[in-house]
Ligand binder design. Structure first.
Ligand SMILES: Cc1cc2nc3c(=O)[nH]c(=O)nc-3n(C[C@H](O)[C@H](O)[C@H](O)COP(=O)(O)O)c2cc1C
Ligand SMILES: C=C(O[C@@H]1CC(C(=O)O)=C[C@@H](OP(=O)(O)O)[C@H]1O)C(=O)O
Length: 383
């Protein structure tokens, strides 16, 4: 399964094309729209999220609510486009353009993208660099999760830390509804209040915040990915996907960073087996991955999100037209996007896992795939 996304933040729409889905997968907008709503939520988002109510349209590859095996085309319209039509479509050759952005924002793609593609109006860069693109990636991730659900895989995501405040309440599968109801997607109520205060303080100060997020998957078969070649190792593929999410600057599997400072005897998860459970571990510091493969334990992926680059109290920069010192451009912006990013992380890791299932089990129809997965589960139990 592969996919492409296209579309600018303030253009008419985002488009996604997914190729390689099996036939027979139940799929309607109802499976995707709740993911889009979850991604739009979260305390600390800017006014753009008030303008948009993201809804997906499925334009190809599905009939009667099931995939046909043909490429699936997804569309999400940008409601804000109506306010940006003339800005997005300036007369050819006109300069200066309306709302041209020339004071490159430190931390955003503006300067490097402007130099690389020869744009002096850095809006030509930001329109595609914008995390608006993640709306379509989450839609693709929702489709991936439809597939994972057919194999018995469940997932969840939450915020571990935000703006210097750590949640002290560990993740709990029986409390995912509380995570969904929390404005900052944490279980720890005291931390939640302090995170909200931190966001309010940052907003008043014209500043922004980052944080740490976590996605979890259970029900995965062991042996997704492979140890035999670098580009088939699942941890590497997950890291690539996760690092491609805007503003994510670190990725961790299990307790990866803490493990680095402990002796092996306190890190590696001893192996047990009984008839009811098969092979299992009492600890999961490896986060469900060993040797580039799932090991049958819960997959735990963490990521570090830097603070939003656009500051209302701007940092020093240089104007790329005048070459004079300037204050960085100020655009309508989020104060933090950490809660939203946890949903993006969950969706995106789901894409890599769905790809790994399709590679391992093949098949042109969902029925074939499910049958092969079940047969493999029997092999795992007997091994
Ligand atoms: C959900 C989400 C929303 C974001 N919103 C903003 C924003 O409003 N303003 C901004 O400057 N950056 C925002 N970002 C981050 C930028 O898109 C990102 O920092 C930029 O594209 C540069 O890429 P890099 O941080 O990966 O290097 C957001 C990121 C995510 C994941
Ligand atoms: C539009 C989304 O996020 C945007 C990501 C973003 C950025 O620079 O990455 C900048 C902001 O865009 P705008 O200038 O239109 O307010 C965010 O709102 C979204 O998540 O759907």
């Amino acid at each position: 399964m592969r996919f492409l996304t296209a579309g600018e933040s303030h253009g008419p729409q985002l488009t996604g094309v997914i190729e390689g889905l099996p036939a027979g997968l139940p799929l309607t907008p109802d499976e995707i729209n709740p993911w889009l709503a979850r991604r739009q939520g979260g305390y600390g988002r800017g006014r753009r999220m008030v303008i948009e109510t993201d809804r997906v349209e499925i334009l190809s590859g599905v009939r009667n609510g099931r995939t046909t095996g043909a490429p699936v085309t997804l569309v999400i319209h940008n409601a804000d486009h109506r306010n940006w039509q003339d800005i997005m479509d300036p007369a050819p050759g006109s300069w200066p353009r309306k709302r041209a952005l020339t004071a490159a924002r430190p931390g955003h793609a503006d300067l490097a993208g402007g130099i690389k593609y020869g744009h002096k109006d850095l809006r030509d860069v930001l329109e595609r660099a914008s995390a608006r693109e993640t709306a379509m990636r989450v839609a693709v991730g929702a489709v991936a999760h439809q597939l994972l659900a057919a194999f018995g895989v469940e997932s969840a995501a939450h915020v571990v830390g935000l703006g210097g405040v750590w949640s002290q309440t560990p993740f709990d599968w029986s409390r995912t509804a509380e995570i969904e109801a929390s404005p900052v997607r944490v279980l720890d109520k005291e931390a939640e209040a302090r995170m909200i205060e931190a966001i309010d303080r940052a907003k008043t100060a014209g500043d922004t915040l980052g944080g740490v997020i976590e996605a979890r998957f259970r029900g995965l078969v062991p042996g997704l990915g492979s140890h035999v070649h670098w580009d088939r190792k699942l941890d590497g593929r997950i890291a690539q996907m996760v690092m491609s999410i805007p503003a994510i600057k670190g990725v961790e599997i299990g307790t990866g960073f803490a493990n680095a400072m402990r002796p092996g005897s306190e890190v590696h998860d001893p192996i047990y087996r009984d008839e009811a459970r098969g092979y299992y571990r009492k600890t999961n510091r490896a986060g469900g991955l060993e040797g580039g493969m799932t090991n049958g334990e819960e997959l735990v992926v963490r990521a570090a999100l830097k603070p939003i680059a656009t500051l209302m109290r701007p940092l020093p920069t240089v104007d790329v037209v005048t070459h004079e010192p300037a204050d960085a451009a100020r655009e309508r912006s989020d104060t933090t996007a950490v809660p939203a990013a946890s949903v993006i992380l969950q969706a995106c890791v789901g894409i890599v896992l769905a790809q790994a299932y399709l590679e391992k089990f093949g098949g042109d129809t969902l029925d074939e795939l499910v049958e092969r997965v079940e047969r493999y589960k029997a092999h795992v139990r007997a091994f």
